[in-house]
Design a protein around this ligand. Structure first.
Ligand SMILES: [Zn+2]
Length: 149
């Protein structure tokens, strides 16, 4: 088994839960606070990832992930943000959209040689399959998403 479990953060208490890959798509409950947690594979909003969580949240994720490398001071990033919010809803269950703040997470930015932002990396089953730099239209981003899902 390549991917036996995925890690999903509880939206209420922020604790990290291991979900067996065989239960992907089912309703799950947080092991700490027992609140409902969104099953892996069905994210309606972009999720924040960090240097510490990148391995579990992106590289170990069984499916397609779009990672937006951004920073609060970056003007073009603010153009992309609302588009990614819309795409997360439109493609919920098909692709996980993640955001990583490069100022707070320099290790991951360095690892992928991010030199300008926004940079969007597309992963499929933990493998980097495509990348885009600079603000893009929703139509263009959708073409890239459709090529990885
Ligand atoms: Zn919880």
């Amino acid at each position: 088994m390549k991917h036996e479990a995925v890690i999903v953060q509880c939206p209420r208490c922020k604790s990290r839960n291991r979900i067996p890959a065989s239960r992907t798509g089912e309703q799950a409950r947080c092991g700490t606070c027992h609140g409902p947690i969104t099953s892996p594979g069905v994210f309606h909003r972009p999720v924040e990832v960090t240097d510490a969580g990148f391995k579990d949240d992106v590289l170990a994720y069984p499916g397609a992930v779009l990672v937006d490398f951004w920073a609060p001071w970056c003007g073009p990033c603010r153009t992309v943000t609302p588009i990614l919010d819309q795409l997360a809803e439109a493609y919920a269950g098909k692709i996980k959209i993640a955001k990583i703040n490069v100022d707070e997470n320099p290790q991951t930015a360095s690892r992928f040689s991010i030199r300008s932002i926004p940079t969007l990396l597309f992963f499929k089953d933990g493998t980097l399959v495509n990348s885009l730099t600079g603000a893009r239209s929703r139509q263009e981003l959708e073409r890239y998403i459709q090529s990885v899902i």
